[in-house]
Ligand binder design. Structure first.
Ligand SMILES: *Cc1c(COP(=O)(O)O)cnc(C)c1O
Length: 381
């Protein structure tokens, strides 16, 4: 569908003609479908083979959002990431990754990949000059994230694509934090864009799902592996994701605006030491974020003056944000990464990454911005 993203969110991939006139796609709660002449195993219509009408509609909708050639939904963000990487890499291969990764991905590649004989090297996503030193004859892919967690750093994404092309590597980017509203990796030359659809795409903190968008021949390879590994999204969850995606534009626009207002409020506050938000002029990669993104997302983090006890007391005194991990939904969530997403690292490792123990991360929801600011202000006092 050749329309703007707000329209594609609502109408892209919808079955035509409408099934029995149904405005909202029905849930195809059928594990298997009558044989209709399918020729290969991967084409047999069966839920695990990711090809019920609920899957196919979502695939087309997702691909359209980022102007990718094809897409695939999966049982979770981690199913998307693990299946994509294990489709591209086998025993003896080498992977380059950016050094500050989502915790689950970090654990997958450092704890599971060695047993599969897959080597990994970490690089500084903001220092392209250092990447060549890490390159090996068996390097196959380069994996990065659009916006890092929890410091919201923006990787040199254009350099990643250039470097991958030059050295014949598959480029992958976890685009969860930006969402297709703010950044569309295929438009910038990435081979694959990965999502935890649990977050912004679904947007309601009520399901777990994942997605891969990108080059058709790679998506087909990943689909075959997913068919074997079994990380399929069930039709009922497909339906919930489908419904959530339709409102991404209105949610994300509000979240972009609200997070910027909150970041500005925090930056002006005398009890706040530091604010991390790519939309602030003070952010080290603000210029890059302006060039690449249509919005700066609803994620921000900050440090209060004082110690961990003060940070905890502040969090307890907020009344609207819910203290919980995860992000991207309609409810504002607040966490201290040292006790959640980055609890697996030692205090030393966290310090090296710049994650202080009193750093607070906020996923801004769709509540009224002034109400959120008043609540934060009250908790700070
Ligand atoms: C949550 C998240 C994941 C993992 O997704 P699940 O849906 O929980 O499996 C991967 N990457 C990022 C950036 C995330 O925020």
């Amino acid at each position: 569908m050749n329309k703007r993203i707000e329209t594609k969110l609502v109408h892209g991939g919808e079955p035509r003609p409408r099934i029995a006139g149904s405005v909202s796609i029905p849930i195809f709660q059928s594990s298997t479908f009558e044989y209709a002449g399918e020729e290969g195993y991967h084409d047999i219509r069966y839920i695990r083979l990711n090809n019920t009408p609920n899957h196919l509609a979502l695939h087309e909708k997702l691909a359209g959002l980022e102007n990718g050639e094809a897409a695939l939904v999966t049982a979770s963000g981690m199913a998307a990431i693990s299946t994509a990487l294990l489709s591209l890499l086998s025993c003896g291969d080498h992977l380059l990754v950016q050094d500050c990764l989502y915790g689950g991905t970090h654990d997958l590649i450092t704890k599971d990949f060695p047993a599969f004989g897959i080597e990994v090297d970490f690089v500084d996503g903001n220092d392209p000059g250092s990447w060549r030193k890490r390159l090996k004859p068996n390097t196959k892919a380069f994996y990065v994230e659009t916006i890092s967690n929890p410091l919201l750093q923006v990787t040199d994404l254009k350099a990643v694509v250039g470097f991958a092309k030059e050295h014949n590597l598959v480029s992958l980017v976890d685009n969860t934090f930006a969402s297709p509203m703010n950044f569309r990796p295929p438009e910038w030359g990435f081979d694959l864009s990965l999502h935890s659809c649990t977050k912004y795409l679904n947007g309601h903190n009520d399901i777990v799902a994942g997605g891969v968008i990108g080059r058709a021949h790679l998506i087909e390879k990943i689909k075959h592996r997913l068919d074997h590994m079994g990380g399929t999204l069930d039709p009922h969850t497909c339906y919930l994701l489908h419904r959530g995606i339709k409102t991404l534009a209105v949610r994300m626009k509000h979240q972009n605006e609200s997070a910027l207002a909150i970041a500005n409020f925090l930056q002006a506050s005398s009890t706040v030491k530091r604010v991390n938000y790519p939309g602030l002029a003070s952010h080290p990669q603000h210029g890059r974020a302006q060039e690449l993104f249509d919005g700066f997302s609803g994620m921000l983090s900050f440090e209060l003056e004082g110690d961990v006890t003060d940070a905890d007391r502040f969090m307890r005194r907020t009344t609207l944000p819910i203290v919980a991990p995860s992000l991207g939904g309609v409810e504002t969530l607040i966490t201290r990464p040292a006790t959640t997403s980055h609890a697996g690292l030692s205090a030393d490792e966290r310090r090296q990454l710049g994650i202080s123990d009193n750093l607070i991360r906020v996923s801004v929801g769709i509540e009224n911005t002034e109400d959120l600011i008043e609540d934060l202000e009250r908790a700070m006092r």
